[in-house]
Design a protein around this ligand. Structure first.
Ligand code: AMP
Length: 505
């Protein structure tokens, strides 16, 4: 069945089967009826209090109220912007400056930043949700090319970029995921990725539109290995959605296999390269499950290609391919001048209905990456790749964007904030790789004169100051102090040279 409207597809379960479970916490199960009631109440509140279509921030972690706010916003015609609760203040400030939201639903306690937007606390949200909504009230939800959500991602200038995803973009993705991956009505999905990472869209919307449920797995459980593997079998998760990095952690537990966790039927990976060894291990551990590698950037709505992992596939390719492109989309391999490259490695360009309209309030960056091709919105991914008999093969990045534990980071973003630290004169951050995977971020730093007796004390002070402006996963693990940074012939910092140095051994 093709879904035509996201909100209607979700609400039909709340109307038809209000007791159907939608969100399964360890101590409480929420139903579709509750989700509909709460999101209706939030939509009514928004409709009454603010102008339609201004964006709304939803601040928190993996709480049920986050979902209710997302849906409430969409029902009332607003794009929502998920921000994870532990995001450093300076970063939140930059996002607010770009987005200019009308309201902030603060499911977790607000970080104290001053803003023009009205801040709605959890108590207030809960109060709003106790109000009955008149059945005569009609909503004007987000439709067609209107923005459904905005996800902020690392930007080279140090200012995050807000990718705008429309209702049409989201429909294109959801209809594909519900068709090509063996998902059936009412399945239980793992919800592990933070809502501010578009990987979460891979579980939230396919689950909710097909009457399925989400089982959140919070950081405290993930960080506690023993609890994680004690609870995992009891969660009865059927659809696993995660980065390969998270799977690598899980595979360290020998009992994580089809015998002990026998509910698992489908594995969906996205967000970074799926190492061949991980894929191989999974095939062996879960012989009855179906495992898929999918690929795509936030700018083209989560993923645009996918392939099922089989032994034949692994035997044929030295790196796991990123799959066949979804039916409504075209992928072109192009050179720098946007000319087609036949049978050669070039830039992966995606054109189709799931390609975003661009970055919020950022025409310059939008013009750099987005254009129209053969009448379709197109996006230059910055990924190198080639097409072989319809199969897309990934060949690394063409710029200095990297993935660390699935998180997308522009190295220039870290450089920019590192150079603003009071002890730092100049800095360049480079990745250390192992088997195509970033293991560590290494910072080369020219420090100002300082009074620290030992370098590690200087490093500690730098890390501390840096943590107020970048996400914790962007803080380099290793610092190397130098008198000056090497330059290329045209006077730029020679990052490639530094990368070679770090990766030489
Ligand atoms: P994000 O916008 O956070 O989803 O990051 C998108 C980027 O992650 C892509 O442009 C790729 O560089 C990388 N990526 C995503 N999925 C895969 C995959 N299956 N294999 C290799 N790289 C991937």
């Amino acid at each position: 069945m093709t879904i035509l409207n996201i909100i209607e597809a979700i609400d039909r379960w709340g109307i038809k089967e209000p007791n159907r479970p939608v969100y399964i916490e360890s101590n409480r199960t929420y139903t579709y009826g509750e989700l509909k009631k709460d999101s209706d109440a939030i939509a009514a509140y928004l409709q009454k209090n603010i102008e339609r279509s201004r964006p709304i921030v939803v601040y928190g972690e993996l709480e049920f109220e986050m979902l209710a706010c997302f849906l409430g916003a969409s029902k009332a015609g607003h794009a929502y912007i998920p921000i994870e609760a532990h995001t450093p203040k300076e970063r939140v400030e930059m996002i607010l400056a770009v987005a200019d939201p009308a309201m902030i639903f603060s499911v977790k306690e607000w970080n104290g930043l001053e803003t023009n937007a009205e801040i709605v606390s959890l108590e207030k949200i809960q109060d709003i949700c106790t109000k009955a909504v008149s059945s005569d009230l009609s909503f004007e939800p987000v439709v067609e090319s209107e923005t459904y959500y905005v996800i902020f991602t690392s930007g080279t200038t140090g200012v995050p970029k807000g990718v705008q995803i429309s209702h049409t973009n989201l429909l294109s993705f959801v209809n594909w995921e519900l068709t090509d991956f063996g998902i059936t009505e009412g399945m239980r999905f793992l919800s592990q990725a933070p809502y501010s990472f578009d990987l979460s869209v891979m579980d939230v919307y396919p689950a909710l539109t097909s009457g399925g449920s989400l089982t959140p797995m919070r950081k405290d459980v993930i960080n506690d290995f023993k609890t994680l593997f004690t609870v995992l079998p009891s969660l009865e998760i059927e659809v696993w959605v995660s980065t390969p990095s998270f799977m690598d952690i899980c595979l360290m537990e020998p009992t994580f296999d089809g015998e002990h966790v026998d509910s698992l039927k489908i594995f969906l990976f996205c967000g970074e390269e799926l190492p061949k060894a991980t894929a191989q291990k999974l095939l062996e551990r879960f012989p009855k499950a179906r495992i898929f590698n999918t690929y795509g950037p936030t700018e083209a709505t989560v993923a645009i290609s996918g392939v099922e992992i089989t032994q034949e596939l692994l035997d044929e390719y030295s790196r796991v391919p990123i799959g066949y492109v979804k039916e409504d989309t075209d992928v072109y391999i192009m050179n720098e001048d946007l000319e087609l490259q036949e049978d050669e490695v070039g830039e992966i360009v995606i054109a189709g209905p799931s390609v975003s309209k661009g970055y919020l309030h950022n025409p310059e960056k939008t013009a750099d990456a987005f254009f129209e091709y053969k009448g379709q919105p197109a996006y230059r991914t910055g990924d190198a790749g080639k097409l072989k008999n319809g199969m897309l093969i990934y060949d690394g990045r063409m710029d200095f964007q990297i993935k660390l534990h699935g998180y997308r980071i522009e190295l220039e973003d870290i450089d920019h904030h590192l150079a603003s630290v009071s002890y730092v004169k100049q800095a360049a951050v480079v990745p250390k790789y192992q088997n195509h995977k970033v293991q560590q971020l290494v910072a080369f730093v020219v420090a100002h004169p300082h009074d620290f007796e030992k370098e590690f004390k200087l490093t500690k002070a730098i890390k501390e100051e840096l943590s107020s402006s970048v996400m914790d996963y962007m803080i380099p693990q290793k610092f190397i102090y130098v008198d000056q940074l090497p330059l290329t012939a045209n006077g730029k910092i020679d990052r490639k040279g530094l990368m070679n140095e770090v990766n030489a051994t």
